[in-house]
Design a protein around this ligand. Structure first.
Ligand code: GDP
Length: 305
């Protein structure tokens, strides 16, 4: 909770400054307050569609309850934001746990270079290891030497094995090796890094499908999770990337990184609302312990209190 509060500090102060300005000098919630609030939410990177939805819900409440003071507006806003997050299909995650019937649990990690994908994989390895799970990494981003090197450094830092091949080898072949190795080592979880080049959707789709197919040769219901990593500090860009990746493959969960360095944390709301894919992890710093399981109640509480 402490690292969450700390990590969201910039978003929180940006958000509140705007909301406070939106309602300054007003005693009741009228059209002007709602207009200002709308501007405030959009500029906090909540996104147009999600903002309109929140404003509409508040308007309905104001119409129903006749008189709503600006002091109640905060509470109302907090409720509606939680509702937006609650609308995601899965409930929030409480701990770094794995389903009993899926061993090894195959976790495929996708995302554009630079968003914090490697760091997130390192943090995941650390957290699952800390939770008593045996972890294996698969370096299937074979297009960048740096990607394999970075992942190797993380594997040493965390103290978990890594499966890799020479630069330029077939990513699907690395994924296959990694899953097979996880089976023979009886690992609890295998986390597979993938290349995140964005320029060609057909190619991305084909490559991810191929990786999925080969993992299914070893474990028929793999991958159990396809985690898309997005950089929260890029605001609306993150939404664009989410569109791109969800069109290319079935993304089942999201990690939103770098929320500590930004006032654009409102993008979490936009992403959760638009894609209806659960936000599972958030990154709030560069260190191993700076990956948190996303809990919508804690998140909203942190923003408002
Ligand atoms: P990749 O290219 O997507 O694999 O990105 P990296 O994992 O190499 O991360 C890019 C940079 O972002 C590195 O300097 C990381 O330390 C940094 N980074 C990753 N996640 C976070 C985060 O949650 N907060 C902050 N402040 N920095 C992060």
């Amino acid at each position: 909770k402490e690292s969450l509060d700390e990590g969201l500090q910039k978003t929180k102060s940006g958000f509140f400054e705007k909301i406070t300005k939106a309602i300054a000098g007003k005693s009741t919630v009228d059209e002007e307050v709602l207009d200002n609030l709308e501007d405030a939410l959009v500029s906090a990177d909540v996104g147009i569609d999600t903002t309109i939805e929140i404003i509409k819900r508040i308007e309905e409440r104001v119409a129903r309850d006749k008189y709503v003071g600006t002091s109640e507006l905060n509470k109302l806003l907090q409720n509606e934001i939680e509702n937006i997050l609650t609308d995601t299909p899965e409930d929030s995650y409480k701990e770094f746990d794995l389903p009993e019937d899926k061993r090894p649990y195959v976790l495929l990690v996708v995302g554009v270079n630079g968003v914090g994908k490697t760091t997130t994989i390192g943090k995941l390895a650390h957290n699952y290891k800390k939770a008593g799970k045996s972890v294996l990494l698969g370096a299937a981003d074979t297009f960048r030497a740096a990607a394999v090197d970075q992942l190797t450094i993380w594997s040493e830092r965390v103290g978990v094995p890594i499966v890799k091949q020479a630069m330029g080898s077939d990513p699907a072949s690395v994924a296959f090796d990694a899953v097979q190795s996880a089976v023979s080592r009886k690992s609890d979880i295998v986390i597979i890094d993938t290349a995140g080049r964005l320029h060609n959707k057909a190619h991305l789709m084909e490559e991810l499908s191929k990786i999925k197919r080969v993992t299914q040769k070893v474990i028929p219901d793999a991958p159990h999770e396809v985690l898309l990593v997005l950089d929260g500090s890029t605001g609306q860009n993150a939404l664009e990337q989410a569109k791109h990746f969800t069109a290319a493959t079935d993304v089942t969960s999201l990690a939103i990184t770098k929320l500590d360095g930004t006032a654009k944390g409102g993008v979490v709301l936009a992403i959760a609302n638009q894609f209806k894919i659960p936000v599972k992890y958030i990154g709030v710093g560069e260190k191993m312990d700076d990956l948190l399981l996303f809990d919508k109640h804690e998140f909203v509480d942190s923003l408002f209190n």
